[in-house]
Ligand binder design. Structure first.
Ligand SMILES: [Zn+2]
Length: 308
């Protein structure tokens, strides 16, 4: 789960973008294009229309569970949530009830702005997750309940609309201050530098695994220590890859287009907005709801990024 076959992924992305074209080629044309370019399924077979559509419309393609909630630490996805929603709106087979009446198309998945570690619990600092409490509840952020190996408190939640509106207001106000373009450029350079360091670190993982194996092979590391070190290296690699992916989004944002901030915000795709938020803030802590007036700004504590 979450580990993509790079060649299959590329084929699926091509298929999705063809299918979302207006006007789009037919599904069979798309399948012919994929097969003629040598793209195959994970099992190495040629694509068929039914298999391609079932694969592309599956929530996992966008890192979502069956209810449309984002899966934590899913890893790289084939599609963005927005692409998933558009494909489903256009191609999902509409269900029919017993009288043959068409049922409503499944509700689009909510595209959370503050995932990827951008929001965290103000009590225990664990990253917040996006989820609906029940299937038809409003989307929200929450500190996940503690589980084996996860020491979260599970005590804080906030509806997505309140949290995202409050954060967007503060971020936009920050971006309207004088000299912001120059600050953005410096912060983005810091992020590009970190991307280079992380890439080198990730690429060095095989070397680190080999060194551990070598120490163990020469009897310099007992088995328990070897296994523990190997697990720590695997965990580090997973976290580094996730961080790298998030930072690459921010590093790739074209900040020269962010001149009229409000106009930009209102028309930008959600992935670009998320990248801009990630460029100016480290994290937003969501505080437990107290008593008294419910001003959402009093429930958030933003840690701003500062240029080095
Ligand atoms: Zn918590």
């Amino acid at each position: 789960m979450g580990v993509l076959h790079p060649h299959e992924t590329k084929g699926l992305r091509i298929a999705a973008s063809l299918l979302l074209d207006e006007p789009a080629p037919t599904k069979s044309d798309v399948v012919r294009t994929l097969n003629s370019k040598g793209y195959r399924t994970a099992r190495g077979s040629e694509w068929r229309t039914s298999v391609l559509m079932r694969t592309l419309l599956h929530p996992r393609m966008a890192g979502l569970d069956e209810e449309g909630n984002p899966i934590e630490d899913f890893g790289e996805t084939v599609l963005t949530v927005d692409e998933h929603n558009k494909l489903n709106a256009k191609y999902a087979p509409s269900a029919h009830d017993e009288e043959g009446e068409a049922q409503a198309v499944p509700r689009p998945a909510y595209d959370y702005l503050l995932t990827c570690g951008l929001s965290a619990c103000g009590q225990c600092k664990h990253p917040a997750v996006g989820a609906r409490v029940t299937g038809d509840a409003a989307p929200g952020y929450r500190c996940p309940p503690p589980t084996e190996g996860v020491a979260s408190c599970g005590g804080v939640r906030m509806t997505a609309e309140r949290l995202e509106t409050a954060v967007a207001e503060e971020v936009l106000a920050e971006l309207m201050r004088p000299g912001v373009q120059e600050r953005l450029a410096r912060m983005q350079q810091d992020i590009k530098d970190e991307v280079s360091r992380l890439r080198a670190h990730v690429q060095g993982a095989n070397q680190r695994f080999a060194e551990l194996g070598d120490l163990h092979g020469r009897g310099l590391l007992v088995k328990a220590a070897f296994l523990a070190a190997q697990d720590a290296t695997k965990q580090d690699l997973k976290e580094s890859r996730t961080r790298l992916r998030n930072l690459e989004q921010i590093a790739g944002l074209d900040i020269s287009t962010v001149t009229d901030v409000v106009a930009w915000w209102n028309s930008a795709p959600q992935t670009s907005r998320r990248a801009l938020v990630g460029l100016v803030i480290e994290v937003v802590y969501v505080l437990p709801s107290g008593h008294g007036p419910h001003d959402p700004h009093e429930r958030i504590n933003i840690v701003w990024r500062t240029p080095s």
